[in-house]
Ligand binder design. Structure first.
Ligand SMILES: *Cc1c(COP(=O)(O)O)cnc(C)c1O
Length: 447
């Protein structure tokens, strides 16, 4: 195969100029930049285009519309900024173009992902015997875990749901807080359950499930908790709930999409105490772990339970000595996204990862205290990297849009306990004190 040097060199130069622009370009594209995207609207042509010209067009027309979530002042949703080592690993792995499903299709992917998953269990102190699958996001990690949980609960009840289906199956109960991240409800809807069938439990003022309000559990129950409320960053009381689950035969799943990583912190890991007692966990890697999109891990204490659910059998899929990754995910074929996780962990090490978590939490604490100084009301205990704040509710929409238009920083609205608010999430490894000061100045000006 001939190496297209000008093509790849162009990409390298474009990447350099993009990354170097991150400190100065608007955090989100302005109207004029968005106009550029109309350049993509052309009829599909009969004739092809040279690769270099395709990539030039992608860069020239597309780059102005890019959101600078890789920079230090993007505080919307929960969005990490990919570490350079993760981007580089992504490039190299893209060039290898491996199918990370069956082991025989990529010994390298099988080995690197096996190591990366083991390191994640070690970093977060989860049961080392757990199985893990590399999926696109926490939504799919939740889907993977909940499918596995349902299959195992039915197996324990002597019912083969994979053979006989859910139509005539014994009823399963799903118990979760009324603050559960909505993607878990979507995952249950994929699995055939309606929202009205789910049992919602009220929360306290921080969005933590009130464990005394959890109904009696049994061997037909699947309990969902969260480590890291998407607004407040609060943690459900996992020990209290695990005590209720113990001995009942119920399954405990924890949506630890971003909050789970706090287990790596040297100062805040106590917030996520008890999550190790669950049966399964969802962990996002493209958020606080700062790897490239899309990336998440589903972890399950019983590797055979995921394999029972997702192990694809076919005469042509001969199992070998390598890790058969496709037995742990809903997909058969997929990209080797675990390679970026391995690269990020190898680069940061335990101390570097802890520093990333603690640094972003400290930035959030600082920003919250400065906001309070300016007269905003902080609605949550700022325990990790999340801030929920409010002001005069008649003015808040205009305020948020003024901040967004400034191009200096970006965050969005939310509702917290029925009050209009805005939420700030500081999740990027590149954010500095100087970035937060620039953002705070933009907030002051918007006020
Ligand atoms: C972001 C998030 C999800 C959904 O994750 P995706 O990666 O967007 O699929 C689920 N739960 C929590 C708590 C989250 O923060």
């Amino acid at each position: 195969m001939k190496f297209d040097q000008p093509l790849y060199e162009y990409v390298l130069r474009a990447t350099k100029s993009f990354e170097e622009s991150l400190d100065s370009r608007p955090v989100t594209p302005d109207e004029t930049s968005m106009q550029s995207l109309n350049g993509f609207e052309e009829p599909f042509s009969e004739k092809g285009t040279k690769p270099l010209n395709v990539i030039k067009m992608l860069n020239e027309v597309g780059e102005p519309g890019v959101v600078s979530s890789r920079g230090g002042r993007y505080y919307g949703f929960v969005t990490g900024g990919a570490l350079p080592v993760a981007v580089a690993a992504n490039w190299l792995a893209a060039s290898w173009d491996q199918n990370a499903g069956p082991g025989v299709l990529s010994p390298t992917a099988a080995k690197v992902e096996e190591v990366a998953g083991g390191w994640v269990l070690d970093l977060l102190d989860l049961p080392r015997e757990s199985g893990f699958g590399f999926v696109t996001g926490a939504t799919m990690a939740g889907f993977t875990a909940l499918s596995t949980a349902r299959n195992r609960i039915y197996k324990n009840l002597g019912y083969d749901v994979k053979a006989d289906g859910i139509t005539n199956a014994p009823k399963i109960r799903f118990i979760m807080s009324d603050e559960i991240h909505p993607t878990n409800i979507i995952a249950l809807q994929y699995l055939g359950y309606g929202k009205n069938e789910l049992e919602f439990v009220p929360c306290d003022d921080q969005g933590r499930i009130i464990s005394s309000k959890i109904p009696p559990l049994d061997d037909h129950s699947i309990v969902l908790l969260q480590a890291g409320n998407v607004n407040s960053g609060s943690f459900d009381p996992c020990h209290e709930v695990a005590d209720l689950v113990d001995g009942t035969g119920a399954w405990l799943h924890i949506d630890a999409a971003f909050g789970g990583w706090v287990r790596a912190s040297k100062t805040r890991s106590h917030l996520a105490a008890g999550i190790e007692r669950a049966d399964s966990w969802s962990l996002d890697c493209h958020k606080w772990m700062n790897v490239t999109h899309d990336s998440a891990i589903c972890v399950c204490r019983y590797p055979d339970a995921i394999r029972d659910m997702f192990g694809v059998q076919a005469a042509y899929l001969v199992e070998g000595p390598l890790r058969e990754s496709n037995h742990y995910t809903p997909e058969l074929s997929r990209r080797a996204r675990g390679i970026e996780i391995w690269a990020a962990l190898k680069h940061l090490g335990r101390d570097g990862f802890a520093a990333l978590i603690d640094r972003t939490c400290n930035h959030a604490k600082y920003v919250a205290s400065e906001l309070e100084e300016m007269g905003f009301e902080i609605l949550n205990d700022v325990v990790i990297n999340q801030i929920v704040a409010t002001m005069d509710e008649d003015k808040i929409d205009d305020f948020i849009s003024a901040v967004q238009k400034s191009g200096k920083t970006w965050f969005g609205p939310t509702l917290w306990k029925g009050r209009k608010a805005f939420r700030i999430s500081i999740s990027s490894h590149v954010t500095t004190r100087e970035d937060t000061d620039i953002a705070l100045l933009a907030i002051k000006e918007a006020l």
